[in-house]
Design a protein around this ligand. Structure first.
Ligand code: GAL
Length: 345
């Protein structure tokens, strides 16, 4: 503040000098304005609150969109932001958290690598008394209850699973392409350690059975959220089960885009003789939905979650604390079909 006042004073002096010495040339005025802008930027940098952001791994399609949205939002609001890549390694992320704590960050936003190990990172931020927002990978209520300056911002993955099932129920034959009364499907799962994968797997199928459909799982494999793995799993399943496969459920879009390549190579046609659904509404997936190459997807609202995380962080910085059982803030998913896909491009 003091520094800001002295800069203001210096600027007033410069301006009065200019006033006394007559009209300066345009170049002088510009130079003075530039010096002033630089001084203000330096001061802002020195007084800006520091936010450390830990991402489970940069090489993840959805988390790249999310990370970019979060970083630009924080920077536009004047925070000094540093973003770290956990490389899908929890011990590496723990070290990054330690470094942020040593550097004296004001707040942390963490996308945990392994929610099963969230206790470790929660005890670290608690010991350092740093307000912390967890994103994208939700720990248990019990884990979060350990620290009242901790909040989770994300989505309820059950909802996305249910919506995937509904996308199939909305097709003319409710997923039963050959009309034998059974929807035969292949499930391509994300990282099984992550509740998003567990719930999407469970609730997509549950939506079908709740609607009275009979289902049969032909194959269920872990694609770890990865496009290439999605492609390989789909290729193997198509080679093994051929026309029997009526639906391929993918826990996310990147794997669905991989699966689509294998569907095309196998000479199958989405929405004619096979259905394909994902989650995230990545730009690439929206284009495929519009082109009729994916049955649908579910918007995983990266911008909505990023702004929710920033808001929660500011509340914590303002002194807000959370009680056990109310430490999760959810943003809604949205079903994306050829009819509304344009709105999410
Ligand atoms: C999910 C998203 C996946 C992947 C995962 C990482 O919410 O749908 O694509 O990014 O998070 O935890």
């Amino acid at each position: 503040m003091k520094k800001l006042l002295s800069i203001g004073l210096a600027l007033t002096m410069v301006l009065s000098l200019v006033a006394c010495s007559g009209t300066p040339t345009k170049t002088e005025t510009q130079a003075q304005a530039e010096t002033q802008a630089e001084a203000v930027a330096e001061t802002t940098k020195a007084t800006a609150k520091k936010v450390g952001v830990c991402i489970y791994k940069f090489d993840d399609a959805f988390m790249t969109t999310y990370r970019n949205a979060l970083q630009s939002m924080l920077e536009e609001m004047g925070y000094q932001v540093s973003v770290m890549d956990g490389n899908n390694d929890q011990s590496k992320q723990n070290e990054q958290i330690d470094t942020f704590i040593t550097q004296g960050v004001d707040a942390l936003i963490i996308n945990p690598v392994m929610t099963s190990s969230a206790d470790v990172l929660i005890s670290k931020v608690k010991a350092a008394n740093i307000p912390t927002v967890l994103i994208n990978r939700e720990p248990t209520v019990e884990q979060m209850a350990e620290y009242n300056k901790l909040v989770y911002v994300g989505c309820d993955a059950r909802q996305s699973g249910t919506m995937q099932g509904e996308l199939i129920l909305d097709t003319p034959n409710k997923g039963d392409i050959n009309g034998d009364g059974i929807v035969k499907y292949v499930m391509i799962e994300g990282d099984p350690e992550n509740v998003d994968a567990q719930y999407r797997t469970e609730f997509s199928v549950k939506a079908l059975t709740d609607a009275g459909m009979k289902v049969e799982m032909l194959d269920d494999q872990q694609g770890m959220w990865d496009r290439e793995k999605g492609q390989t799993i789909a290729a193997n399943a198509l080679a093994k089960f051929g026309d029997e496969i009526e639906v391929i459920f993918c826990n996310n879009d990147d794997m669905a885009i991989g699966a689509l390549q294998s569907i095309n190579s196998a000479g199958r046609k989405v929405n004619e003789n096979i259905y394909l659904v994902g989650v995230d509404a990545l730009d690439a997936a929206i284009n495929e939905v519009l082109a009729g190459n994916m049955t649908g997807t579910v918007l995983n609202d990266a911008k909505g979650q990023a702004s929710g995380a920033v808001k929660a962080m500011e509340d914590l910085l303002g002194g807000k604390t959370y009680q056990s059982g109310s430490q999760s803030i959810y943003v809604n998913y949205v079903k994306v079909t050829p009819e509304n896909a344009k709105n999410y491009q």
